[in-house]
Structures are given as C-alpha cells and as structure tokens.
Design a protein around this ligand. Structure first.
Ligand code: SF4
Length: 315
C-alpha cells in the first residue's frame, strides 16, 4: 500500500524511531515562521477542517501496523499544524484503543490550545512538543508572523491551560533567531512565560536547513549556550540545546535509491523540496531529511529564488 498520510519511520534524537502522521495538506498553519524549513505558509488559518477522511488514515495505519513495527513513537507532525485537522481527537482515541503499546507524540505550535475543545482532544498523547519563540507581540510578529488577530498572550495562556489539564510529558521547543529573540529583554519575558507554563523540558533549537526567509541565520554554539545560561539562571526546568547543526544521522541511514534519483534530478535541474516530494511521491519530510544529509556532506548547494529554496547537485 502506498501511504499518503504516513511517513517514515524516521530516526531522530528527540523521538527515537518515530512513525509520522501528517494530518494536513502542505502548508496549512496559523503561523508563517521565518525559519520554517518547509517554507512559507500558503494557507494561514485557524479554521479546522477534515482535510482527509479519517477512515483513509485508519486504513493506512492498520496496514502499516500489520508488521508490528518497533517504534518509539507515533508522531503527529508534517508540513503544517496537526491540530488544524478537525478529527485529530478521534484519531488519537483510535490509536490509543487499537494500538495501546505505542506512545503517541504531537509536534505543534500550540496556537489552537486557546480552544478548550482542541486542548481536550490532545490530552491522551504521551508527549506534546509545543513551540514558543517569543513572549512579546513585536517578536511574535517578527519570527512567527501569525494570522491577523492572534496575540502571543493567547498562545502563552493556551500552553498554561494545557499544562494544567495534561498529565503527560511536555517538551517545549524555543527556536533561537539571533538578533531577534536572544536579547536579554526577550529572553527575560520568555523566562517569565516559561515559569508559568512549566514544561518538563526546554529544548533550544536553531536553523538547520534554509528557512523561509533568507535573513534568518543559524545561532552559533556560543549564542545558544548564552541563551541557555540566561534561562537556566531563571528557571528550574532542565534546558538542552538540540545541536542539530552538529548532529547527523549519516548517509548510511538514507535510502540510496532515493539519493540516486535526487542526484540524477538535481544534476540536470535544480528543484525545491516540494518538487522532489511530488516527483518521488513521498512525504516532504522524507525529502528534507535526505537534503539535510546531502547538504552536510557538501553534495548540494541551496539557492533562494522566488518560488522557494532550490537545491542543486554540485559534486
Ligand atoms: S515552523 Fe511549524 S508552526 Fe512555524 S510555519 Fe512552519 S509548520 Fe507552521
């Protein structure tokens, strides 16, 4: 069976071996983050929809689970915001009832947790990984570029509400954009918000692949350490740097057939990750994983053009 909504399993340092479920089409999201690795949001919305029939997702899951795969997590993630899918609650219940041996994780920007219905639906998850990159509206606008009318105070309140209602683990990701949210004033406001949210763990992240805006740069190791130290002096939670920049799964873990196809394609014609995903009929996250390894191995060059970031084979 060819899967449309499942991808992976992918191996990551945060989640181990995880099967991805993408519940929304490319790129539906209430935010348009400047660092987004799947590029600009085309549908900036907070309206929830049943983008795909839940029954189609059950059919893919049931097929995949026939082999009883070893997984650390089944994870809701993808190229948009999973909580925009109006039947995510039912899907969570379905997995919990039918496959209780698997842990369930949710990668989310947390914007919809202001809605008590959404919040209730996600409570059975074992791990929720929300993001918070700003604690003032000026920085929220600069980094996350939310849909009109969304205020950062609502996002923070939604995360506080989630923490109060939710018994599982919460690992909060803070993406450092040098020059924007790593100054003392913003980090201080963030530490106040974080002390109210009370996540179990705070993970500092930074740019790994080209983001949706060219001006965004990766934070250096020193900048990440300085932010960590600043927050650690004000918070009790553990804080770790997700040093993606240095972390590589290595080319050996990558499907060599896919690499050959990508090499043949990009040697002839530079393409975006989305183009490659369509040509290969695989999920964009799979393509991004391979492109990242190829960039680290200096096999590719990335060039930003009007339609997005184009990758070109250089060796
Ligand atoms: S990084 Fe996540 S929250 Fe931000 S625009 Fe991309 S998909 Fe949406």
């Amino acid at each position: 069976m060819k899967y449309k909504r499942l991808f992976g399993p992918v191996s990551s340092r945060r989640l181990g071996k995880s099967l991805g479920i993408d519940l929304v089409p490319y790129k539906y999201c209430p935010l348009n983050c400047v660092y987004c690795e799947v590029q600009n949001t085309t549908h900036l919305q907070t309206t929830r929809e049943e983008f795909f029939a839940a029954e189609d997702i059950y059919a893919e899951l049931d097929d995949f689970m026939k082999t009883a795969p070893e997984l650390d997590y089944i994870t809701f993630s993808g190229a948009g915001e999973p909580t925009l899918y109006s039947r995510i609650g039912e899907i969570i219940q379905y997995i919990k009832a039918k496959y209780p041996q698997y842990k369930l994780a949710l990668l989310t920007n947390g914007v919809l947790f202001g809605d008590s219905e959404v919040l209730k639906e996600v409570l059975p998850c074992d791990l929720i990984l929300p993001s918070l990159d700003a604690a003032t509206d000026a920085v929220y606008q600069k980094i996350n570029r939310p849909r009109a009318g969304l205020a950062v105070a609502e996002l923070i309140q939604g995360l506080i509400n989630l923490r109060k209602a939710y018994q599982g683990k919460m690992w909060l990701e803070l993406f450092i954009v040098p020059g924007v949210n790593d100054n003392k004033a913003e980090l201080s406001a963030l530490s106040e918000a974080l002390s109210q949210i009370q996540p179990d763990l705070i993970q500092l992240n930074s740019l790994d692949r080209p983001g949706s805006e060219a001006w965004v740069e990766a934070a250096s190791g020193e900048e990440l350490e300085a932010a960590k130290e600043f927050l650690a002096a004000r918070l009790t939670q553990p804080i770790e740097i997700i040093a993606k920049v240095k972390y590589s799964n290595g080319m050996n873990n990558i499907d060599q057939e896919l690499v050959s196809f990508i090499q043949a394609t990009l040697s002839r014609r530079p393409s975006t990750a989305e183009d490659l995903a369509k040509m290969l009929d695989i999920h964009i996250n799979e393509v991004m994983k391979i492109l990242r390894e190829l960039l680290l191995a200096h096999k590719l060059e990335a060039e930003r053009m009007k339609r997005g970031v184009f990758y070109k084979w250089i060796s």
